[in-house]
Design a protein around this ligand. Structure first.
Ligand SMILES: [Zn+2]
Ligand SMILES: [Zn+2]
Length: 318
């Protein structure tokens, strides 16, 4: 099969092996996939990854349980062990022995086929397009912010880093009715936010120490320091970033001003599908470029350009 492999260098191949699904697994034919900043980080050495990339995709089930055959599905990325304490507690995303599709010791979806655990699959409603379904994984991650911290409609909320994930987080938090603001540097992001009815302000113009909740989606090391500057005493910082290096920040302020710092990772797929089914978020406006799988190397280069929004890979015709 065709696949986009990273093993120290990125290459497109036509002769990757197709495995057969075992018990509790399904064979997925990938339709479309999305490129995420995590894919770019993996190519910079994150997780020492060496396999087929890709964790945001929509697929059709080719082999597996009868009730799933020919169904369109999206796939949760954590492949859990099923018997550690976190699995027993119903939190497979924190499984102590988890592998992660396209991220950590498990092949990804930038390929014609992928074997995935049936337990990870969610059917895509008919009125959610393939383009939209590609966003379910990052949209679920955006929803995890509201799972991790209570946001009241009275809260002043700042979303830092209006990239692909930050724009989804902003759309989700808008639904809470909170007093939401997103600092931006680029016209493109400002226009999108304006279209969604979300206030965009010039980066660096917000007063320090005022926000009840700051969500850091910057993915850069000084994002945490900026969040710490904007949050009020006893406020909350939610970290969505995985930082390259170690962030430098004044942690004394965390202690003295009693600031809560909360990490947030993967989120609820069912809720993400519901938001798309009901048209409560706009994801297709975030698609900036698309490439066929054959031009995947070029696609990942384009995705790495500053300020680039979503780059999609068209893998197979449905
Ligand atoms: Zn991602
Ligand atoms: Zn487990």
């Amino acid at each position: 099969m065709r696949a986009l492999i990273y093993d120290g260098s990125l290459r497109f191949v036509r002769d990757a092996a197709v495995a057969q699904p075992g018990e509790g697994e399904a064979l997925l034919r990938i339709l479309k996939a999305g490129i995420c900043n995590t894919d770019l980080e993996l190519m910079n050495g994150y997780m020492a990854f060496s396999d087929i990339l890709g964790h945001e995709f929509v697929a059709r089930v080719e082999a597996g349980p009868d009730d799933l055959i020919a169904q369109r599905v999206v796939c949760e990325i954590n492949v859990a062990c099923g018997d550690c304490d976190f699995c027993a507690a119903g939190v497979p995303s924190q499984c102590r022995r988890r592998r992660t599709i396209g991220i950590d010791r498990y092949p990804g979806g930038f390929a014609d086929y992928l074997i995935a655990p049936v337990a990870n699959l969610h059917r895509v409603p008919d009125n959610v397009s393939d383009d939209e379904a590609v966003f379910v994984e990052p949209l679920a991650a955006a929803l995890q912010v509201t799972e991790a911290v209570h946001i009241s409609p009275r809260d002043r909320v700042v979303v830092l880093g209006p990239g692909k994930l930050g724009l989804l987080v902003a759309q989700v938090l808008k639904l809470t009715g909170a007093d939401l603001v997103v600092p931006v540097r680029r016209e493109k992001q400002a226009r999108l936010l304006e279209r969604w009815g979300i206030l965009a302000v010039e980066a660096g113009s917000l007063p320090p120490g005022q926000a009840d909740v700051v969500v850091d989606c910057t993915g850069v090391e000084d994002g945490f320091a900026t969040a710490l500057e904007l949050v009020r005493p006893r406020g909350t910082i939610v970290l969505k970033s995985t930082y390259h290096g170690l962030p430098q920040a004044n942690l004394t302020r965390v202690a003295v001003d009693e600031i809560r710092v909360i990490g947030s990772r993967c989120g609820p797929f069912d809720a993400a599908l519901r938001l798309l089914e009901r048209g409560l978020v706009d994801v297709t406006s975030m698609i900036e470029k698309r490439y066929p799988l054959e031009r995947g190397v070029e696609a990942l280069q384009a995705a790495a350009e500053q300020g680039m929004l979503k780059v999609l890979l068209d893998v197979s015709e449905d």
